[in-house]
Ligand binder design. Structure first.
Ligand SMILES: Cc1cc2nc3c(=O)[nH]c(=O)nc-3n(C[C@H](O)[C@H](O)[C@H](O)COP(=O)(O)OP(=O)(O)OC[C@H]3O[C@@H](n4cnc5c(N)ncnc54)[C@H](O)[C@@H]3O)c2cc1C
Length: 505
């Protein structure tokens, strides 16, 4: 039935003529997408005994970052890290304005520890170490005095060679295991349509093979949709996450961490999976959807140093997580601000607390960023000129900030005194901060078995969702209080969906 409220991308394209199908393959489970949730789904289905075909439109799998949030993993138990699941869920619900589906958050909270252990068994067998992010907490850190919670849930992998986060270490292990179990992984193969007659079950998918020909993949048991988000589809972002539409077009960094893999010729996360599912009756969760934009950190990290806008004015209490600082900076003129600190910055980091991108101690990477990403000067006037901000206003801002720091009370914005640092010891530094979009976290309505629901909230049988196609996990904003929550949800929902698909009839 025609629906005037639907955008053109939501309307199902005409059917693919049967004579254009070049080849047909039949298997137990078809997994669409070979990113994080796809890796988990394909391996889990194969471990449960299913025959699996996995397709991905990229030339290889994509990855970025490397933090994974888990509760009650064997590493946390070994280190004595205790996290109160109920408290975490309460905070996540509060952050999301009570809009997320608490049952889906609990799915992550209840299963993420076991999923992390499953992952660690694989990575340890390959000599890869798992570490906790920002653990132990810095001396003097007291979670109770922080404005924003931050839970010790972030796990990350290290091979002892490559610095920084490297999610491909875990993904490589999962892919290797999947191949050993006979998963038929086909890259450069793009899913274009799910196969469903009327209101019957989903029985497979049409895809384009590397030669551009249509193929039909039939699933005896089920199809798992692991196609990621839609952050590089401007029309979808405009409709479902309008406040992020401009930055998603201009400052989108979904694809930039693939330097060591072959770059895709075009963005991958254009919402193919969401659309294919909507064309067969699935329903997008209510908007506006939550964006992930926490990559916006200053040269020294997302620390609470002074921030000024391009008019040279201070505008907030800087002691907020990285994602929150991105939200306020786009409301400033020119949508860019400066983080300002002086030569004492390394010592001052010790009081800056913890959080995603917040550092309480310098390391080589931060030193390099401060060297390469800041303008430097021996006087405040010279710094202002290099920043191209009004000299007198900037000088007045610095004088006022130093005065407040001297009294130990932030009468203007109420920042805690130990983070009210002075800017009086040259050389002075300033680094630009802008907002970036990583992914958009809106997805499709689903039940706790990760099956999509139609307009009448009836299950669409034969199909499972995983990763960023699952709706109602986040709202308002991506919560940075659990470092690695997005990957963790992708691994967890991918594993659960893969196991359910393998058990489907
Ligand atoms: C720079 C950056 C850093 C990040 N760091 C972190 C971090 O440290 N911790 C964290 O929790 N999150 C992080 N994230 C977010 C996280 O990477 C994603 O949210 C997560 O990978 C989503 O997993 P997914 O399986 O849903 O999708 P993806 O991992 O994006 O995988 C989707 C896959 O589906 C494929 N695909 C899409 N359409 C089709 C189609 N039609 N046919 C076949 N294949 C298709 C794509 O090619 C892709 O390989 C980061 C994101 C970015 C951009």
């Amino acid at each position: 039935m025609p629906d005037e409220t639907r955008d053109s991308f939501e309307i199902e394209p005409p059917p693919i003529p049967p004579e254009e199908i070049a080849d047909t393959f039949t298997t137990d489970v078809v997994v669409i997408g070979a990113g994080t949730s796809g890796k988990a789904a394909a391996l889990s289905a194969a471990q449960a005994g299913a025959e699996v075909i996995q397709i991905d439109k990229h030339t290889t799998y994509r990855w970025s970052g490397g933090l994974i949030a888990a509760i009650d993993s064997k590493l946390q138990k070994k280190l004595g890290v205790k996290v109160d699941k109920d408290e975490v869920i309460r905070e996540l619900m509060r952050w999301g304005g009570n809009k997320p589906d608490q049952r889906l958050l609990r799915l992550w909270a209840d299963h993420s520890g076991a999923v992390m252990d499953w992952l660690m068994d694989m990575t340890e067998a390959e000599g890869i170490q798992t570490l906790m992010y920002q653990w132990p907490r810095p001396t003097g850190y007291d979670a109770k005095t922080e404005y924003y919670p931050d839970f010790p849930v972030g796990h990350m992998h290290s091979d002892g060679k490559t610095p920084g986060l490297n999610h491909s270490l875990a993904l490589n292990c999962a892919q290797k295991r999947a191949l050993e179990l006979g998963v038929d992984i086909r890259y450069r193969t793009r899913a274009v349509r799910l196969i469903r007659q009327g209101s019957s079950r989903v029985t497979g998918v049409f895809a384009r093979n590397p030669e551009g020909k249509y193929i039909q993949l039939n699933a005896r048991k089920a199809v798992v949709l692991c196609t990621g988000d839609y952050g590089n589809n401007p029309a979808m972002v405009q409709k479902y996450c309008p406040a992020s539409a401009e930055v998603a077009r201009k400052n989108n960094i979904y694809m930039v961490r693939n330097e060591d893999l072959r770059m895709a010729p075009e963005p991958l996360n254009v919402g193919d999976g969401h659309l294919m599912a909507m064309w067969i009756g699935a329903v997008m969760e209510p908007g506006p959807h939550a964006p992930m934009s926490h990559a916006t950190v200053g040269a020294s990290g997302a620390n609470a140093f002074l921030r000024v806008n391009i008019d040279g004015e201070r505008y907030e209490n800087e002691d907020v997580p990285a994602q929150s600082s991105a939200n306020s900076l786009v409301r400033q003129p020119g949508k860019r601000v400066w983080q300002v600190f002086d030569s004492k910055w390394e010592t001052e980091l010790a009081n800056m607390g913890v959080g995603l991108g917040t550092f309480s101690a310098a390391n080589d990477m931060i030193r390099m960023q401060v060297k390469e990403m800041t303008v430097k000067a021996d006087t405040i006037e010279e710094l202002a000129r290099k920043m191209e901000v009004p000299v007198n206003t900037f000088k007045a801002t610095i004088d006022r900030y130093n005065e407040l720091a001297g009294t130990g009370r932030d009468l203007d914005y109420g920042k805690r005194s130990d983070r009210l640092t002075t800017v009086n010891k040259p050389p002075f530094h300033a680094g630009v901060i802008e907002q970036h979009i990583l992914v958009i976290l809106g997805g499709l309505n689903a039940n706790t078995k990760l099956q999509p629901l139609d307009i009448n909230r009836k299950v669409i049988p034969g199909l499972y969702l995983a990763g960023n196609t699952v709706g109602n996990r986040f709202a308002v904003d991506y919560p940075t209080m659990c470092a690695g929550l997005s990957h963790a949800m992708a691994w967890t929902t991918g594993r659960l969906a893969g196991l359910s698909a393998a058990a489907d009839k």
